[in-house]
Design a binder for this molecule. Structure first.
Ligand SMILES: [Zn+2]
Ligand SMILES: [Zn+2]
Ligand SMILES: [Zn+2]
Length: 491
């Protein structure tokens, strides 16, 4: 039976106003403003008929130059990855200490919490593997080249090679009693708890904790000071997302973000004009609150999700229906948890589906390299006698961790500027984490000189694949590639 959402029909006009793509001048205004707040030397978002938006160089870039550091609009760490890495829930940098990172992971592993191969079992893993293009496909031998596919493979195979540490050692790593040699060379910010009192979100600073609280978390916190409507329902929603697809947690962040912005501007208006409040929806305020989200290209999730390899073509309709039902189920749980009467249209399946579809179509994986990996590489590079001495302590730890000692922080995020970058199979830029890039921001580096006025392009797929395979993968993004490489190979 097809999922029918009553809010879809009740608020049809509001929903179509919310989902209407913004006017070109609004887009221009928004991105012109945004480019002034990013670490960029010279980029411009321009709109052209054929490809919609594009990002253009406003200065000359040399090969290897940083083109863009883009702050995410919303992002979240994969649920399964939370066992491996303790990161700030707002900026996604690693927190605590090398010892805490290791001790916590071993502790959770010993508890039998499954490791990062968990998501392989999920029925609807949302990210097509090919979009994991933060890695380098040209085989550079660099430890910061991050490929989460391979880390997953290690994760699933390594358990049998682990030699567990005694419980007391694991505990002393966690509580700071055991200090590993040279770990002081890799300081991490201390762990700040969630101001709402949940034990789910941790931060690197008060600033991050407060920003997350104001922008997203206050409605989604399961702690004592949560602003959610119903904490039991919220826990159910989170559990459902963890068991099915953690993209729902990210979609909930977007809904929460919009409600909180709406409330803030309503309160500001009230103060300014002294108007008495009604609890009917103020559509223009809701549209304003939604504006940053409106900039992302969207389609309904169940229509744009790539058909998994193990789903037969003639089962496609049933598969898409199943996805839609899954989204509807998740939405009902979210609605019970954080429903807001004035923002009711946001709880329509139509909007929820488009939010998830936005992540499906625009995601650049959130990846932050692990300082634990750096630490063990550092030990390995020590002069022989120092290394031998250090390894008396570190070797058993490494053996306990197994091959997946270096799992990086992985998640999904939406980066507003990066998402405006068009694809090319012969791109002039790529996402790449440098040594100093230790948080969740997207970093885009020039692959070759880019001259002023040229469009900056990245590859959404493995660009070395044969022509037909590339086109098939890009069809999932809804276009046929006409880059110079494709035009040449098409003939
Ligand atoms: Zn932070
Ligand atoms: Zn919290
Ligand atoms: Zn192409």
């Amino acid at each position: 039976m097809e999922a029918v959402c009553p809010i879809d029909s009740q608020f049809a006009d509001e929903i179509s106003a919310i989902l209407k793509p913004p006017m070109p001048h609004q887009v221009q205004e928004y991105f012109d403003q945004l480019t002034t707040t990013r670490e960029i030397r010279g980029l411009k978002v321009r709109q052209n008929g054929e490809h919609g938006k594009g990002v253009y160089a406003d200065v000359d870039f040399e090969e290897g130059d940083l083109v863009l550091k883009d702050q995410m609009l919303a992002g979240s760490q994969h649920s399964s990855n939370k066992i491996d890495c303790l990161v700030c829930s707002f900026c996604f940098c690693f927190v605590g200490s090398i010892e805490l990172q290791i001790g916590r992971k071993l502790y959770l592993q010993d508890l039998g919490v499954s490791t990062n191969n968990e998501c392989e079992r999920k029925p609807f893993s949302h990210i097509p593997k090919e979009t994991c293009q933060i890695d380098s496909s040209d085989g550079e031998d660099d430890s910061y080249v991050v490929d989460h596919r391979s880390s997953k493979e290690y994760g699933s195979s390594s358990s049998k090679y682990r030699t567990p540490l005694p419980k007391e050692i694991v505990e002393s790593l966690m509580n700071g009693e055991l200090v590993l040699p040279y770990s002081k060379q890799f300081p991490l910010p201390s762990v700040i708890s969630c101001p709402g009192g949940c034990r789910e979100s941790y931060y690197c600073s008060k600033l991050c904790a407060e920003a997350d609280w104001d922008l997203f978390h206050s409605l989604l916190c399961t702690g004592a000071r949560s602003k959610s409507l119903n904490k039991e329902a919220l826990l159910k929603f989170i559990q459902h997302a963890n068991e099915t697809n953690d993209i729902f947690l990210l979609a909930a962040k977007v809904v929460s973000f919009t409600i909180l912005r709406y409330k803030k501007s309503k309160a500001a208006n009230l103060e300014k004009e002294g108007k008495c409040t009604t609890d009917s929806c103020n559509l223009s305020l809701l549209l304003e609150a939604w504006k940053p989200i409106s900039m992302g290209y969207k389609r309904r999730w169940w229509e744009c999700i790539a058909l998994p390899d193990d789903v037969d073509c003639h089962e496609e309709t049933a598969f898409r229906m199943q996805i839609k039902e899954l989204a509807f189920m998740s939405l009902q749980l979210l609605k019970a948890a954080i429903f807001d009467k004035e923002c009711e249209p946001l709880f329509s399946l139509e909007i929820y589906g488009h939010i998830i579809g936005m992540f499906e179509l625009n995601n650049l994986d959130l990846v932050v390299p692990s300082p634990v990996e750096d630490y063990f590489l550092y030990i390995d590079d020590l002069p022989h006698s120092d290394k031998k001495e250090a390894e008396i302590t570190t070797r058993p730890v490494l053996d306990a961790l197994g091959d997946d000692y270096s799992v990086c922080c992985e998640g999904t995020a939406f980066f507003p500027l990066q998402s405006c970058m068009n694809h090319s199979c012969y791109p002039n830029a790529k996402a790449f984490k440098r040594d100093e890039d230790r948080d969740g921001q997207a970093t885009i580096i020039a692959l070759r000189p880019i001259s002023k006025g040229e469009e900056v392009t990245i590859s959404y797929i493995e660009e070395d694949l044969p022509f037909e395979e590339r086109q098939a993968l890009l069809a999932d993004y809804g276009f046929r590639c006409k880059c110079p490489k494709c035009l040449e190979e098409e003939l």
